[in-house]
Design a protein around this ligand. Structure first.
Ligand code: DC
Length: 229
């Protein structure tokens, strides 16, 4: 059967990761969470004190890029891949509010983006991948056969994020998360390097009021339509 690249872009906490993971599992594709890669670089910066006193030591981050190895390891309990930083599973740490507070700024650094985009292109070159992020359909795989742009209101997204964090045992307040969601939307869509924007040939999905099963059904229909073209 024909193998394709499926690019799923959209705002933070729009539910795109859940969608992408479930789709990948259903069709036997590899799921690549590119947000987790930017989060892992951010975690590395925090752990190595490259983010201190409210600023990023860009020069040292750039010099350290070759020391940052990001891989994914299948979690047998969840059936989904966990992010690893230099061989250590950091799936929980990269979802902390501290990482969330810095990741947009780290992801706005051109040299970080170039490094991760090239890794992502390498990971997807054999096709058969579902990749989610902000610039997959526009920059990483502009020729992806299926592009989806997911959106939902900031309030809906903040509520989802709080539930997700609580389920993972991470403490979170709705107000704090809502502010973080709005701040990240702003930074992600106004940065100079590959801002978040919809690819012209992407299908838009506003999932504010769509159930997960309906969304899944719609996505599968799009997948079968494209592979049967
Ligand atoms: O999807 P997420 O919330 O885990 O993404 C974390 C951050 O990384 C978010 O602020 C946007 C950024 N990001 C990006 O700039 N490009 C991507 N391809 C994926 C994520």
């Amino acid at each position: 059967m024909k193998k394709i690249v499926i690019a799923i872009d959209g705002f933070s906490s729009s539910g795109k990761s859940t969608m992408a993971k479930d789709l990948a599992k259903e069709i036997g594709y590899t799921y690549i969470d590119t947000g987790a890669m930017y989060r892992a670089v951010t975690l590395y910066c925090i752990q190595n004190k490259l983010i201190e006193n409210g600023r990023i030591d860009e020069k040292t981050v750039q010099d350290s890029l070759s020391d940052i190895r990001i891989t994914f390891q299948l979690n047998k309990d969840t059936g989904r891949p966990d992010a690893c930083l230099n061989g250590i599973n950091v799936e929980k740490e990269i979802r902390s509010m501290e990482v969330a507070g810095w990741v947009s700024l780290v992801a706005a650094l051109g040299f970080v983006r170039r490094e991760l985009v090239s890794k992502q292109q390498e990971m997807g070159k054999a096709k058969g991948v579902v990749m989610d992020g902000r610039d997959i359909g526009t920059v990483v795989f502009p020729d992806a056969e299926l592009k989806i742009f997911v959106t939902a209101s900031p309030e809906v997204r903040a509520r989802r994020r709080v539930e997700e964090l609580i389920a993972k045992g991470v403490d979170a307040s709705y107000q704090e998360v809502l502010e973080n969601v709005k701040k990240r939307d702003h930074i992600d869509s106004t940065r100079e390097e590959s801002p978040l924007r919809q690819a012209e040939d992407a299908l838009v999905l506003d999932n504010s009021h769509i159930s997960i099963p309906d969304q899944k059904k719609w996505l599968l229909e799009q997948y079968y339509r494209v592979i049967n073209e």
